[in-house]
Design a protein. Structure first.
Length: 248
């Protein structure tokens, strides 16, 4: 009787240590007496207690913050740059066997790559060509971590901190650029206005009556705006036109 209870207890204890359940986004890497058996899951499966050891690996995308790095650009400007890295494990066996801590190893690769790549660009390129730099960073880090079963989806620069004197210099440069654009726009407007005035003068030169009409229109505008008496000379051409006009 007691032997039966002992056998049942041992069976329950065996199953409790043998049954493993891994979620849909996980894999269990099995080692049997130190040798790699392979990854199992998702779902429920059995291992041999004491003989088998399991390492649980997540396959979800990991967001890794790359701490600020001191970077000297190609034009000798000292900056602090931080970034963010998105990656996931695609080969659980390699992530366990090939590297001790794949998350920390990926972080270190990202830090060194960030410093070396940005050191080959000038400051204006770092500020204005982030898409190009991000793509290059992603490709290099992905190649370096591929033997570890890591797939880097994206790596992006988050922030670029500049020295205060460099910030003031960039602000002055931006202000000078705005002034230059304003002057160019003003000059283009003056050029267009001069062109239109020239065309109007040519029309008036061909038709002198248009000048007289414009003259009378200007007087009408002045009288409408100011309640005052305006004295102006009558054009001689008007008298000549009246004298030549025949009575009906």
């Amino acid at each position: 009787m007691y032997v039966t209870y002992i056998v049942i207890a041992l069976a329950i204890l065996f199953l409790a240590n043998a049954i493993r359940v891994v979620r849909e986004y996980e894999r269990g890497v099995i080692f049997r007496l130190g040798r790699l058996v392979g990854a199992k899951g998702p779902g429920i499966f059995l291992i041999i207690p004491v003989i088998d050891k399991m390492v649980r690996i997540s396959l979800r995308t990991i967001t890794l913050d790359v701490p600020p790095q001191e970077v000297i650009t190609k034009d000798n400007v000292s900056t602090q740059v931080n970034a963010v890295l998105f990656f996931r494990v695609v080969d659980p066996n390699a992530a366990v066997v090939e590297v001790q801590n794949y998350i920390e190893a990926t972080r270190q690769i990202a830090m060194t790559t960030l410093r070396s790549i940005l050191g080959g660009f000038e400051l204006d390129q770092v500020l204005g060509e982030r898409d190009k730099i991000n793509m290059q960073l992603q490709q290099i880090v992905d190649e370096q971590t591929d033997p570890w079963g890591i797939k880097v989806k994206n790596m992006e620069i988050k922030d670029v901190k500049l020295p205060s004197d460099m910030q003031r210099a960039i602000a002055r440069q931006a202000e000078a650029e705005r002034d230059r654009r304003a002057k160019v726009i003003n000059a283009e407007g003056e050029q267009q206005a001069a062109t239109k005035l020239g065309e109007a003068a040519a029309i008036i030169e061909r038709n002198p009556a248009a000048l007289q009409l414009r003259y009378l229109q200007t007087l009408n505008d002045i009288s409408a705006e100011n309640a005052s008496t305006i004295v102006f000379p009558v054009p001689i051409e008007l008298f000549e036109w009246l004298s030549k006009k025949k009575p009906e």
